[in-house]
Design a binder for this molecule. Structure first.
Ligand code: NAD
Length: 464
């Protein structure tokens, strides 16, 4: 078993035991074996962590940005030194195949952390507007609640900008992936970040998460996860008139216009959905194809999907696997045509789901409306561009998307009419500095880059 069972929580610059004796089992989703047990922290632990964060706030907020940047740079070094251990841990507790764990789950968040070391050093925390000087000041104590799907990235995307801004943080990571969070805390410690600036409490969502979201000592709650929990957190924050950032679900459209390179658009689209076993909130889970090219696209998607049974890992948990298989059954029951995969378990052990493709999906079907969070692609047919736009915008979500066309300008014109926060044009590359976040019920606020930093800052104007 991995992890230090006696290590407890990281609060006020040191590891201390949890107040209660409850433990959370951490399971390897590839073989269903117990990996470790971590403490299930409760309200008392959250309170201790928030107090530590509050006590550390004045000192950290007054630390010059360049000095905060130096700590973040040291954190980047500490994470880099631990990268093999982090990748192995992500493979163990999330089930990500080793190459993906290295490249996406480890290297990418290190890049994001480095971007904030740089931003903190160069950001204008003061600006002059006419006769006023506007100071950008830290919001205060941040309660960060993160999901399991990209364990390190979700943590870094909140903690790095918060620290860069001068905020202090209490992190409550997902119960499925607490070991990666503990490695992150160890790296923060090694980086010489002052005691109390970053604190970690492992625990259950409805207990520790809820206590953190409702704690009066928290100034901003930053949450990533399901829409149901996000809505509840938003309500609590609203009642207390405190800031809240919500990164929720998605049901993004991959719009393939008639002039597009169909083979490329379909192949990249399938890869996008299957990556991380479909557990990506921004995945393009609805592929929209013009009726004249529909049959050809389905054939290409089936061919592309055939490569993935050997490539993808399991889903994170039995609960998640069962949820996804339930959606696949529902798709069949509502009349969609199963052209690859299906609800049957592909292996004897582990929480695996077959890479699945549905054709003949219509916009009102459950599988075209709800976030499945598994390796399941729905292919929809559109009549013309207006129809494609209606379908693309026809869900409660608006997190991401893609548009493919022969000419970039044609794709851009379509993308500008989509109600969504981020769109890849003809397979555009991921940019760690581009703002990421949702329109509509996909959330409130933005992460990454300078827009992500702004979430953790308040303005104060001095008039002269
Ligand atoms: P979740 O929303 O239950 O969990 C996310 C985080 O919130 C975890 O840290 C959890 O402990 C915490 N939490 C749970 N209940 C809480 C509460 N009442 N108060 C405060 N914190 C609480 O998500 P899940 O159950 O892990 O996944 C369910 C679905 O959510 C997925 O199938 C997927 O559709 C969606 N999801 C989205 C993302 C995303 O990146 N947007 C990530 C993970 C899951």
């Amino acid at each position: 078993m991995r992890g230090d069972e006696s290590g407890g929580m990281y609060i006020g610059g040191g590891w201390r035991p949890a107040a209660g004796s409850g433990l959370i089992d951490v399971v390897d989703p590839a073989d269903e074996q117990l990996l470790a047990r971590v403490p299930a922290g409760g309200a008392e632990d959250i309170d201790a962590a928030v107090r530590a964060a509050r006590a550390a706030l004045p000192g950290w907020a007054a630390t010059p940005p360049a000095a905060r940047a130096a700590r973040l740079a040291a954190l980047v070094d500490a994470l880099t030194a631990r990268r093999d251990g982090i990748a192995a841990t992500v493979t163990a507790e999330l089930g990500a195949p080793p190459a993906l764990a290295q490249r996406v789950h480890t290297a990418l968040p290190i890049t994001v952390a480095a971007s904030y070391a740089e931003l903190a050093a160069g950001h204008p925390f003061e600006e002059r507007i006419g006769t006023s000087v506007v100071h950008l000041e830290p919001v205060g104590v941040v309660g960060a609640i993160t999901p399991w799907n990209y364990p390190l990235h979700q943590i870094v995307a909140k903690v790095a900008p918060a620290l860069a801004a001068g905020c202090t943080v209490v992190l409550k990571p997902a119960e499925e992936t607490p070991l990666t969070a503990r490695l992150f805390a160890a790296a923060v410690h090694e980086a010489g970040v002052p005691a109390g600036v970053f604190n970690l409490v492992t625990g259950l969502g409805p207990v520790a998460g809820r206590a953190l979201a409702g704690h009066p000592g928290v100034d901003l709650v930053s949450f990533t996860g399901s829409t149901a929990v996000g809505r509840a957190i938003g309500a609590v924050a609203g009642a207390a008139v405190k800031r809240v950032a919500l990164e929720l679900g998605g049901k993004s459209a991959n719009v393939i216009l008639p002039s597009a390179d169909l083979a490329r658009a379909v192949t990249v689209g399938v890869a996008n959905v299957m990556a991380n076993s479909g557990q990506t909130c921004s995945a393009w889970t609805r592929m929209l194809v013009h009726r004249d090219r529909y049959e050809e696209a389905v054939g290409l998607a089936v061919t592309a999907a055939a490569q993935y049974p050997e490539r993808i890992g399991p889903l994170v948990s039995a609960r998640q696997r069962d949820r996804v298989r339930g959606y696949i059954r529902q798709g069949v029951a509502e009349g969609a045509e199963l052209v690859a995969g299906g609800p049957e378990a592909p292996r004897e052990r582990g929480f695996y789901v077959s890479p699945t493709v549905f054709a003949e999906v219509t916009p009102e079907m459950t599988i075209a409306q709800e976030e499945i969070f598994g390796p399941v692609l729905s292919i929809l047919r559109y009549e013309d561009e207006a129809d494609a736009l209606r379908i693309a915008n026809g869900t409660v979500y608006g997190l991401a998307g893609a548009v493919w066309a022969g000419e970039e300008a044609e794709a851009v014109a379509f993308a500008r009419r989509m109600d969504t926060g981020q769109v890849d044009i003809n397979g555009g590359r991921f940019n760690p500095l581009a703002p990421f976040g949702g329109y509509k019920q996909s959330g409130v606020g933005r992460e990454l880059g300078v827009h992500g930093l702004a979430e953790y800052l308040m303005t104060k104007s001095l008039q002269f």
